[in-house]
Design a protein around this ligand. Structure first.
Ligand code: FES
Length: 191
């Protein structure tokens, strides 16, 4: 089984060190990254909001405000779009939002199996939340860390190089409230 590693979208890779060295320098501000990516493209606002929700699971007001400033779009216009399309959520659909990347690189590396494993583990389908609203599971497009495929993010933290077996591992770490990096360090000490 490959070793799961945790990075944030600011690309803080704990292990292995080789991956850290290869990881691209991450922008400090994710909103700026999204704004720069979509600002000059056609239909940019919808795509930027799609990107934002893909990373966070919903569109928090604070993020919408920051995005509006970064893209020079009034907040009212952003809410026009967000409230028009049912797809967009303005409230967190679960305490833990698990996003499995279904982009090409992750798909080739088995993200379908990973998603299926999480669906089985949580007893929900993609796009649903558990009854207690503890977990929300969703498939998302490329999160921009293809070198770590297949990957999933939990509330914005990316768990890379996962496989089908890691579905349980991710849930276990969330339930124990143990960050992936700390858990790995403990295991390394125990070896
Ligand atoms: S395809 Fe999954 S991060 Fe790019």
């Amino acid at each position: 089984m490959s070793t799961p590693i945790e990075v944030t979208t600011t690309v803080k890779v704990a292990v292995p060190k080789v991956a850290a060295a290869k990881a691209p320098a991450a922008p400090k501000d994710e909103i700026t990254l999204i704004a720069n990516k979509w600002k000059k493209k056609r239909g940019s606002l919808i795509m930027a909001l799609h990107d934002l929700q893909g990373r966070l699971g919903f569109v928090p007001r604070e993020s919408a405000m920051k995005l509006g400033r970064a893209m020079d779009v009034p907040l009212a216009r952003i809410y026009e779009v967000v409230t028009f399309y049912n797809y967009f959520k303005t409230e967190a659909p679960g305490k833990y939002i698990i996003s499995v990347c279904t982009g090409t690189a992750c798909h080739i590396k088995g993200s379908k199996d990973l998603l299926a494993g999480l669906e089985k583990e949580l007893k929900i389908h993609e796009g649903e939340s558990t009854l207690d609203k503890e977990y929300h599971l969703q498939g998302v497009r490329c999160l921009g860390c293809c070198g770590l495929a297949p990957l999933a993010s939990v509330n914005g933290k990316v768990y890379g190089k996962l496989n089908t077996m890691d579905a349980c591992y991710v849930i276990e770490r969330i339930q124990q409230d143990r960050p992936m990096v700390a858990a790995q360090e403990e295991e390394a000490v125990a070896e």
